[in-house]
Design a protein around this ligand. Structure first.
Ligand code: ADP
Ligand code: MG
Length: 728
């Protein structure tokens, strides 16, 4: 039987009455399976004898004593028993608050086992937090050293609730183990257990709860962590197999992850370039020849990978429609995550993928989280794709009724090849003639249901099979590897690590408040040289409800716009933009900033995504401690987009926290989004990094995604091999 099948109620264990059962229930423990799946949060090593004399050097004394006297102090309800003890190394007192019953169970003259925290108080060695029990012993009382301490073991410490003691908890677990542990069967293949030197599940469960040594507890945990991650990955991969007919292969060779090898040699590069050019479809070719820069190697690699996906998807969709008997598995469609650093050119890659889909006669949708970003994509698409004969359109919720209807009609009739927009793309009355590719930019802003909503607009069902449109999800900044393998473990992953040629790494400076003037002057030099700058603030306006201290200490975009435009940069054209600026005005301001008619843009985080102005070389982020690490990195990505040296100035206030400092240090230290993503995970944990939309993925019991990264990789690899064997 596997652990989760031990469905007997906790109450059926001997010694567990309704009251205790209720306590366990409040810890969400109802069955034996639940009970045995909650692992100790810590262990106490009581295998060694610690005499009273050594109380300072150990957290707890663990020894055998003789009770030499009883004493009472206090009156009435406060009356308390004190028990004098000695273990031959020292004398001490047990102070038995509310434990009058010890008078009988630990009588004068008896020999007792004592475990407790001792301290010197009022010139006496004493303990009020102790466990003591009488032992039967016949031997030489003078010779304390030779009396073995009973129950010498590693003691598990469980997370408790009020009214439930460790003692009762342990006894209950012991009962469960006695009755059931032997019958718990393995959930991972025996072959893997052998190969990886793991324990059998029944042993692991026994040792995690009742280890003989700390080492054994460690061994047990290792097995359980591996098992949890293996089963997680196995399920994830199995699901991928079911839904799309193939396993994701990006990391089949674990050494190749992260991120496929980038050939260093010229010949390797030449090879990929040739292969890339050969693989291009007519419209892709046209776009390629119109570029006035070179694609990076990783861009080419990503496009190549997706070209293969699209071809396979189209072929299998056709087979489903024309000769379904030939398909033994559901028809394949692309489900791929494209991740890469900010500014690495992901959008362009997605345009190439769209072009191929259009060459097959399909329609594409590019979904962006904000109007601003969608508009930017739409403008780029129009510039780059219309010359290749691709019909593009921009659709957002704000579109006026008449224009909207004709656009929707065109989309329905197939007169639009690519539609770019926000949530409107999957609203109820948006219909497609033949949607075959959905691109989701900044995918972390969308939940699973929204992803499904857009996909469902193009799903084709035939008999009992279905073919989904191809899906390309793009990340804003890199995703830590462990999150990629769990949250996105069912997807193929393409990675862009190389930046476009000629980009210089942004120089990042940290400044404490009080020295902003230096920052303003440094930026003035850049402005004088004809460049442009962003200033970013954590909020739009002064909050009238805020505490007076906060009001005066926290800068806002509005207030700073006033100050910067009037006092600091009166000779430059400044503008203000934030979430409450209406969409048309936002577009207008960005257009002017883009064309250089505005030099200083004062903003909130609305400029985090989608603003692409290569001539902007400075970004000052004030109150940097108020922003998340990924957010800061993304903001910094607004500069360094051209061939000029760019600068990022982070000003922070004096009351910055420890983690705040760590965040800024990480940014100061590195421009590499992959490094920063890992740091972010360390500082915040997976649930936070990912946001609530998909945090359910991380309900792990014993494994930890930042600590157990290596185990995760092996477990996933083993799960892949196993599935591959079964589904050749
Ligand atoms: P992100 O990956 O952050 O979405 P973008 O797609 O916005 O990045 O690209 C950033 C900028 O780099 C755009 O102006 C784009 O035109 C440009 N770009 C993309 N690829 C290249 C390249 N290979 N060489 C030079 N510039 C490029
Ligand atoms: Mg982007």
């Amino acid at each position: 039987m596997i652990l989760s099948e031990l469905g007997a109620a906790v109450e059926t264990l001997s010694g567990v009455g309704p009251a205790a059962a209720k306590k366990f229930a409040s810890l969400n423990i109802f069955t034996v399976a639940d009970l045995l799946s909650v692992f100790p949060r810590d262990y106490e090593d009581r295998t060694k004898r610690i005499p009273l004399r050594d109380y300072v050097n150990f957290p707890k004394v663990h020894t055998i004593c003789k009770v030499t006297a009883h004493q009472w102090f206090g009156y009435g309800k406060m009356k308390t028993l004190k028990i004098a003890i000695t273990d031959g190394s020292a004398n001490a007192w047990l102070v038995a608050f509310n434990r009058d019953f010890l008078e009988k169970s630990l009588p004068e003259g008896s020999i007792i086992a004592v475990t407790g925290k001792f301290e010197t108080k009022y010139n006496e060695l004493q303990s009020s937090s102790f466990e003591a029990s009488r032992i039967s012993f016949d031997g030489n009382l003078a010779d304390f050293e030779n009396i073995p301490v009973p129950d010498s073991a590693v003691i598990p410490i469980y997370p408790l609730t009020e009214g439930l003691t460790q003692k009762v908890y342990r006894k209950t677990v012991a009962q469960a183990l006695k009755q059931y542990a032997k019958n718990i069967s393995n959930e991972i293949p025996d072959k893997i257990i052998k190969e990886r030197n793991l324990l059998n599940k029944s042993e692991a469960i026994l040792f995690v709860h009742q280890p003989q040594t700390l080492n054994q507890a460690q061994e047990a945990r290792k097995t359980l962590i591996y098992e949890e991650l293996y089963l997680f990955e196995y399920k994830m991969l199995e699901r991928a197999l079911m839904h799309r007919g193939t396993l994701p292969l990006q990391d089949f060779v674990p050494e190749a992850y992260p991120y496929f090898s980038t050939p260093d040699s010229e010949t390797g590069l030449e090879q990929i370039r040739n292969e890339f050019q050969k693989s291009l479809s007519p419209r892709q070719k046209q776009i390629f020849s119109s570029l006035n820069f070179e694609l990076t190697l990783d861009q080419m690699n990503s496009i190549l990978e997706m070209n293969r996906d699209i071809d396979k998807s189209q072929t299998e969709c056709n087979t489903m429609l024309n000769a379904p008997q030939k398909l033994s598995k559901p028809p394949f469609s692309m489900q791929r995550l494209l991740q890469g650093d900010v500014g690495s050119g992901k959008t362009l890659v997605s345009f190439f993928v769209c072009a191929r889909t259009i060459d097959y006669g399909g329609q594409c949708a590019i979904l962006a989280p904000t109007e601003l970003l969608a508009r930017q994509h739409a403008e780029n698409a129009a510039k780059l794709l219309e010359p290749a004969g691709i019909k593009t359109a921009f659709l957002t919720g704000n579109l006026k009724a008449s224009g909207r209807q004709s656009l929707l009609n065109a989309l329905r009739d197939g007169n639009i090849d690519i539609v770019i927009g926000t949530h409107a793309l999957f609203s109820r009355n948006t219909q497609y003639k033949n949607l075959q590719l959905a691109v989701i930019d900044e995918q972390h802003r969308f939940g699973v249901t929204q992803r499904e909503s857009i996909i469902s607009k193009g799903r084709i069902s035939f008999k009992h099979m279905a073919h989904s449109p191809d899906l390309l999800m793009m990340s804003a900044t890199p995703i830590p590897q462990t999150l990629a393998l769990t949250a996105f473990g069912d997807l193929d992953i393409s990675v862009i690590k190389t930046m476009p040629k000629g980009r210089l790494p942004v120089k990042t400076y940290l400044t404490v408040f009080g020295n902003e003037r230096n920052v303003y002057e440094a930026i003035r030099k850049e402005l004088n040289a004809g460049h442009q700058a962003y200033f970013v603030y954590p909020r739009i306006a002064e909050n009238p409800q805020a505490e007076q201290t906060e009001k005066t200490s926290l800068k806002s975009a509005e207030e700073m716009f006033d100050f910067l435009s009037k006092e600091v940069y009166p000779n430059f054209k400044c503008a203000l933009i934030h979430g409450k600026t209406d969409d048309e005005q936002q577009a207008e301001i960005l257009k002017k900033f883009s064309s250089g008619n505005i030099q200083v843009l004062v903003a909130t985080t609305v400029v985090e995504v989608g603003v692409d102005v290569p001539n902007a070389t400075c970004i000052a982020i004030e109150h940097a401690e108020r922003f998340g690490l990924a957010e800061l990195h993304q903001l910094r990505g607004r500069v360094g987009r051209g061939k000029f040296q760019s600068y990022c100035f982070l000003t922070y206030s004096k009351n910055i926290t420890e983690t705040g400092i760590s965040r800024l240090k990480a940014l100061h230290q590195s421009n590499d989004g992959f490094f920063i993503a890992e740091e972010d995970l360390k500082l915040r944990g997976p649930g936070e990094v990912f946001g609530t939309a998909q945090s359910g993925y991380f309900a792990l019991n014993i494994a930890d995604l930042s600590r157990d990264k290596e185990i995760l990789k092996t477990a996933r690899y083993n799960a892949l091999c196993q599935l591959k064997q079964r589904n050749p």
